[in-house]
Ligand binder design. Structure first.
Ligand code: ADP
Length: 542
């Protein structure tokens, strides 16, 4: 710990809250720049909406959401249309203030007119979301799952999921929402921080009883009831990968702004907390992503009125210690050095001088030397078999890890890249955006950058003049900036650029479904830019 600052560079920086520290030029930081902003309720809902527009079926694990106050009229209108088309639909909605946590300021409503439009909604925007009325119950109680996910690298994308998580229980038996029980937080909200104040809260020393249990104990119970636990895990892994795919475009914009390529800087990794609710039919639904999940392994106990003491919490300890230990093992710089040295030995051995251990699998070597040749399983392989065992390397020197438990963090990406890569369209739109940002350190595109993008990609023609381009830029940018939270910089943010890009794609490829329109435009732009790069290279040489 460096309470008074730090002089020497470190291998690993473990920050408490966010990335920021201007004095890091090497090593690895446990936070990505912009992660806190990217997973805020509103930003996450926007990113998920973009993906739902492109791939509605693939992204149906996120409840339908609207952003307040700007989408209040849309929310009212859409609910009215849905109610008219299905009078038996009796929805409930949950209103969650942006940037809130621990259930703070959350309330349930039955009708859009019940939204508390006090002055505070203007100063504190919120997300209103369809409430999942039929959650899976255990012991008649609603519960949610906190899963820990390690984003080990953004480029190339590397994701690990912890084998076990926490299940956090409500403390009042669940009933479907009615006007009478809407306000009962101990029945509807699973937050630990709220339920701990209920007299029914049970601190348990066992991991499979009480108000906080391991997720594996729930899986055991479900499995004994005949549930298809393997399919459930596979759905959860898929939810995690798809969610991170929705977040990466924004993260890449922040990353290039804080750590411009070509300058000395650290790399980043981050442990994220995924909050997931299981529906009665075992479908997992994403509630939110937490950039700073609590890693506490103790809880407070009231010894006598007003006198509290911290006591160990076996459930938290079981899950969280393993997550931190394995994160450190995966990012261990010494391990990387050892692996690189071994790789070198194998390569030298292969070149005819036979010494050193033989490589366990040649495709792994190709994969390390050329990131494009990834080791991806057959698509028919079950996601659950993802769980890669640590391969003992014959004759390898005894690793300092020998004797540690096997890894609880399992790689799921790039392991399953083949099954999910088609979803990474917005990533490619973000790459175009970043290319035209121009000034290093910025996250917003100016009008000149946008014009250059249109010109270089040859998107302007007699039907779409440069004057129309300027109008498109001004319209979309003005609207996004009027509702945006970030007023520090002027210009077009990534999400506004994505909207403009979709607009251009729809204009150019009228009859196709949206994701095909967008893909066609991406390929069109990439092709023109590749030709331009080639030309520039030739001119440079000439
Ligand atoms: P916070 O960051 O304040 O904890 P969450 O989005 O996690 O906000 O919501 C708090 C709790 O409300 C969740 O743990 C869950 O129990 C409940 N909840 C949130 N969204 C929904 C939803 N769409 N349907 C049902 N329950 C929900």
């Amino acid at each position: 710990q460096f309470p008074f600052g730090r002089r020497l560079p470190c291998d690993i920086y473990w920050h408490g809250v966010s990335f920021h520290d201007n004095n890091i030029f090497s090593g690895q930081v446990n936070k990505f720049p912009g992660m806190m902003e990217t997973v805020r309720k509103i930003t996450l809902s926007r990113a998920m909406r973009t993906m739902q527009d492109l791939f509605p079926l693939e992204y149906n694990f996120y409840p339908r959401s609207w952003i307040l106050p700007e989408e209040l009229p849309l929310f009212v209108a859409e609910v009215r249309v849905m109610k008219d088309s299905d009078p038996s639909w009796k929805p409930t909605f949950i209103v969650k203030p942006d940037g809130g946590c621990q259930g703070d300021g959350i309330y349930l409503i039955k009708d859009p007119s019940d939204i508390r439009l006090t002055g505070s909604i203007q100063s504190r925007p919120a997300v209103v979301q369809e409430y999942i009325c039929k959650p899976l119950l255990v012991d008649k109680l609603k519960f949610d799952i906190r899963l820990y996910v390690l984003l080990k690298s953004l480029e190339p994308l590397e994701i690990y999921i912890a084998k076990d998580g926490l299940s956090r229980f409500c403390t009042e038996p669940y009933q479907e929402p009615t006007l009478k029980n809407l306000h009962q937080v101990f029945m509807h909200l699973t937050n630990y921080s709220l339920n701990i104040h209920s007299e029914n809260f049970i601190h348990s020393t066992s991991v499979n009883t009480g108000s906080k249990r391991t997720f594996s104990s729930i899986l055991c119970r479900l499995s004994s009831r005949g549930a298809d636990v393997k399919k459930l895990w596979s759905d959860i892994i898929s939810l995690v990968i798809k969610t991170i795919i929705a977040l990466t475009p924004e993260l890449k914009v922040y990353y290039q702004s804080d750590i411009p390529s070509g300058k000395p800087g650290p790399t980043c990794f981050q442990i994220l907390g995924f909050d997931i609710l299981l529906m009665k039919n075992l479908k997992p639904m994403l509630l939110e992503v937490n950039a700073n999940p609590s890693m506490r392994i103790e809880h407070e106990q009231e010894l006598s009125p007003g006198v509290f003491e911290n006591v160990p919490s076996p459930v938290d300890e079981e899950v969280k210690v393993a997550v931190i230990r394995d994160t450190l093992r995966l990012v261990d710089p010494q391990k990387k050095k050892r692996k690189d040295a071994q790789l070198l030995q194998w390569q030298v051995g292969w070149n005819g001088m036979s010494f050193g251990p033989s490589p366990p699998n040649p495709s792994v070597i190709l994969c390390r030397r050329c990131p494009r040749l990834e080791h991806v399983p057959e698509s028919s392989e079950s996601l659950l078999d993802a769980v890669p065992a640590e391969r003992p390397e014959p004759d390898a020197p005894r690793s300092p890890e020998a004797g540690l438990p096997s890894l609880c963090l399992k790689q799921v990406f790039p392991k399953y890249a083949k099954q999910f890569d088609y979803l990474r369209l917005v990533d490619r739109v973000a790459a175009l955006f970043i290319r035209f940002l121009g000034v290093k350190g910025t996250t917003k595109l100016g009008p000149t950058g946008f014009r250059t993008f249109i010109r270089n990609c040859k998107l302007s023609n007699s039907n779409f003049s440069m004057a129309a381009v300027d109008i498109l830029y001004i319209d979309i940018t003005r609207r996004w900036n009027s509702m945006g939270i970030d007023h520090k910089e002027s210009g077009m943010c990534l999400q506004a650029f994505v909207e403009a890009f979709f607009c251009l794609a729809q204009k150019k490829y009228k009859s196709l479904p949206l994701h095909e329109q967008v893909l066609s435009l991406i390929e069109f732009c990439e092709c023109h830019l590749a030709a331009l790069d080639e030309k520039r290279l030739l001119w440079g040489w000439g």
